[in-house]
Design a protein around this ligand. Structure first.
Ligand code: FAD
Length: 317
């Protein structure tokens, strides 16, 4: 079933979870260990992230360095199918522009369609670590909007070879990303929301937000989206904080801020356990307020560690 169907049939706020494919060689059981404890919360769908290849430099026997391209977390499509089979829930694989030509994107969408997957979250993807700015693949999409447009065309039976006769339309329900604290490259919130609106106007069906720790920012973002004419569901993205390193790492990776009150509470923590408890309590309060506001879904970034998410969700009705 499509994410939007799950939302429209639900009588209360749903819970969904996002996982990363395992590091190459780690095996699928590591993912089942993450997901097993989450199943009691009856997620209607599980998101599976996509990780592009990165360049690395390896020392060779003669002491020189060779440049190699390595994908550390392959398997998004296969893992999505495995999750659907094992747990009987829907899977939402993420697709990105980076590293894909438009032909490769079409092939992947066909593969997902054949696998019975009809939900996708479409993203541009970040720049490679070795790049200054995001650089599209030759003959690839430069932003998520173009990827949405390609998928919408396939939903109408229009493939890249336009002379294909009676091509079978796909039927993807399309999610896109939104940023309550603005995407880091956008010049201001207004233009970011206009760009988001273009993705919706092109045919995307719902939005999932970047993680945030201050609900006010989510509520303001939703109000600004509504004022701009965006009417689709806006699913809040959440992450319970569990260790001190996240206080410095997450803002650098995701361009988000922590509220002063949360930082003050962390300042008072003496042990790692104290810290974890503050992070979990904060997340529970965030979730309760969001449920009160009747958000359609609470979407948790598990980052492949579900124990804190279990602690949070088990405290929610
Ligand atoms: P876009 O919508 O293309 O926007 C990128 C930037 O370009 C924004 O600043 C936007 O305002 C601007 N822009 C867009 N259109 C225009 C235009 N027409 N003119 C001028 N500016 C424009 N990354 C991964 O690699 N794999 C994942 O699995 C993954 N999952 C994610 C899941 C969620 C819920 C979120 C929020 C992010 C995820 N990301 C993932 C990260 C995402 O790829 C990055 O945040 C990326 O930098 C932007 O992706 P986007 O789809 O929002 O890009």
């Amino acid at each position: 079933m499509k994410v939007t169907e799950h939302i429209s049939r639900a009588k209360k706020t749903l819970f969904s979870f996002e996982i990363l494919p395992p590091l190459k060689g780690a095996g699928i059981q590591t993912i089942y260990h993450t997901l097993d404890p989450l199943m009691e919360f009856k997620p209607p769908f599980i998101n599976v992230t996509y990780h592009r290849s990165e360049f690395i430099f390896r020392k060779t026997a003669d002491g020189n360095f060779e440049k190699k391209i390595v994908r550390k977390r392959p398997g998004t499509a296969g893992l999505s199918t495995a999750i659907m089979t094992k747990y009987g829930v829907d899977a939402v694989p993420h697709l990105i522009c980076g590293g894909f030509s438009i032909d490769e994107t079409e092939d992947l969408l066909i593969e997902l369609d054949f696998l019975g997957i009809n939900n996708v979250l479409l993203l541009r993807g970040d720049k490679m670590k070795s790049e200054e700015v995001f650089t599209p693949q030759a003959d690839g999409h430069k932003n998520a909007l173009d990827l949405v447009k390609q998928t919408v065309r396939m939903n109408k039976g229009i493939y890249l070879e336009e002379e294909l006769n009676n091509a079978m339309p796909t039927d993807f329900c399309i999610g896109v990303a939104g940023y309550p604290e603005k995407h880091y490259e956008a010049k201001d919130m207004n233009s970011d929301i206009q760009n988001l609106k273009e993705k919706i106007d092109a045919g995307a069906h719902y939005i999932v937000t970047q993680m945030f720790f201050n609900n006010k920012k989510y509520f303001e973002f939703v109000a600004a989206c509504r004022a701009a004419g965006i009417t689709v569901p806006i699913i809040p993205g959440l992450k319970p904080l569990t260790n001190k390193k996240q206080i410095t790492n997450l803002p650098k990776i995701f361009f988000i801020d922590f509220p002063a009150e949360l930082l003050q509470q962390f300042d008072l923590c003496k042990t790692d356990d104290d810290f974890r408890q503050v992070g979990i309590n904060w997340s529970i309060q965030q979730c309760k307020e969001l449920i009160q506001a009747q958000v359609p879904v609470l979407h948790f970034y598990t980052m492949s560690n579900s124990s804190s998410v279990v602690q949070v969700v088990s405290q929610l009705d």
